[in-house]
Design a binder for this molecule. Sequence first.
Ligand SMILES: [Zn+2]
Length: 232
Amino acid sequence: MLGIQEVESDDKSVEPADDLRNEVLQFNTNCPECNAPAETNMKLVQVPHFKEVVIMATNCEACGHRTNEVKSGGAIEPLGTKITLHVTDPSDMTRDLLKSETCRVEIPELEFEMGMGALGGKFTTLEGLLKDIQTLVEKNPFTLGDSCTPGRAEKLSAFSRKLQQILDGQLRVHFVMDDPAGNSYLQNVYAPEEDPELCVEHYERSFEQNEELGLNDMKTEDYETEKASSEQ
Ligand SMILES: [Zn+2]
């Protein structure tokens, strides 16, 4: 009667997520390895005690290449997250983990650091991620640092050996996941109790980290205020 029309956005914005939760979506892509037409499956998955993520898997029938990419479903968290697991038991290998695209991985005892973007987003186990690191380092030894250093081959084989010892539960190390976007997770096997070997710290991002995430150019605070006042 007043000529004001209800905006129908609320109901509609919920639907696509519900659909995703209940079914696997498929779309056509090309294999990143051989470029043959391939199908990508996409599904929304709830990580227990964490959040929802989108898992995208591509299986190529032509060359057998398989990829499994995870996109964090949510936005960048207000704080960064640093997760440190003291690997003390072979069963630690079965812990689930979510490594977002922005997460750095460190194993200080091995002087190993893997930067943001390497390996993409992964929803796997600690064992799965360590195996991915093993493959990555074997394929591209430059990830171990200065390529001109003499004795690179020895360094590489020593690293592989130690990584294998971790996988076999023979070497105790600290496994660190540092995600300035706060979108990474490592399973607490004692949840909801505290896990004595797992330390999760939340921290304020530095200017450089915000720069890397592309946040300094965005006026997020104004946007938040406008959004909040329009909701009232
Ligand atoms: Zn292929």
